[in-house]
Write a protein that binds this ligand. Sequence first.
Ligand SMILES: [Zn+2]
Length: 487
Amino acid sequence: MKKVSPVFPAFVLAAWCAAAALPLPAQEQRAFEHIEMYCPSHFGNTYEVFGENEMREALATLKEYGCQWYSDWFDMECCADLATNKLNAFSTVLWQNIRMHYRLAREMGLKTALIIAPNWTYYDQCRGEWKAAEGDRIYGKQLICPSIPEARQAILNNYDRLFSDLARDGTTLDALLFGAYDWGGCACEKCHPWIRTFIILVRDIYEVGKKYFPDLKCNISGWWWKPEEHQMVADWVDENAPGMVDTCFLHIPYGSTGPADVRLPKGTKRGAFVHIGYSRNDQPDEYGQFGPIAAGSRIQTTINNLRESGADRIVCYSEGVYDDLNKAIVCGLAGGKFDSFETIAADYAAKWFGTDEETSRRWGAWLTAWENPLDVDTDASGAALAELLESTPNQSQDNWRLWQWVERQKLYQINREILAGGDDWTEERLALVDQFWAQREKIHRKIWGIGVPVYIFHPEFCKMPWYDSWAARRRTVKEQAAEPEER
Ligand SMILES: [Zn+2]
């Protein structure tokens, strides 16, 4: 199954090619100029289902970690046009929640950006004659063609509505961040080349935004762009809208630790889009499918590479509370307050688990070892965890930061037993898989309380190594059990 999901996640490279973390001198590093956390409210993830108090706590914590900017997007998937729908429609409720997030972020003094996938739109605007053509890196059922004048106007009207709602709430947007792909694009003849159509549409939406927010900045994300597309955008901007693009957040492919060197428009600042929601792209731990994650080494190498290359602006892509430790790590390193992910992980334990210095250090080592989840010796990590818990004061029931790791340890213990049980589906091994799903459900529902079961939480989106074999056996058993007329 192709791993895709907006905005702008999954492009999987075959090989894991992260370099080893570079040792740094223990001295304060210069802080990055721009540290933004992009927290999309979609997929039934924690941001989408959070209540107001939970969101306030999440934002306050982000600020403590050193984050300066908050951004969200209004994912119109399964949403009806706000201008025509009824009060109780999903889109209305979702948009109200996102407006609440922005209001809280502003109250806390965070700067705010809105992520925009320009031609991704409401399902009831996807009329047959407006549909975008699919093509290279262009797919998704809710894309319309911006070269059709009425469709283009609908897009501009949609954003006028979003901007006016935010302005009416008293939310001042500081920036828009536009992505061309995942999801976005139209492969029709009129839109070709898409990247040029895209940047002209960016200019038009940006003009609408400036009516409401005169100081608004226009940023772009290079997610999935080819170098020649950067060249084309740079040429167009320099000729037609010089100075329009404040910052370009460049694409770092899965498994890589830095962006390609591409041409940007004159005066555009160099930044990067840093995915903190996975540890290693050759192991199945994305989106919180299998519990919380740690990616200290990869993030540290990335931040070091960016700092050395002068790209001191980042938008971090987060998909929920499961990457909370990575948020602390990326903000702590980019903010210049810490010089190693190990120190941050120890500080994290002291802050949230209430542990003394020595126990915090051991907790930090335990947490960050999960960067290679399938390699963890779960017997040894289980024994170490039991010892750590004996010296961990903050074991209140609602300390989800602690319990999500305890429950992940149990999940991987079961997984290791499944993997160690050979290839045959014995009754014992099948029972272990049942335990595995029950444990995963416990993390999702009892620890995180995530909601709508959208596709990224489908068991086939991220798979454990035994999944295909198990699913095939289950299908065979079902077929054998079915009456002939039911087949
Ligand atoms: Zn088109």
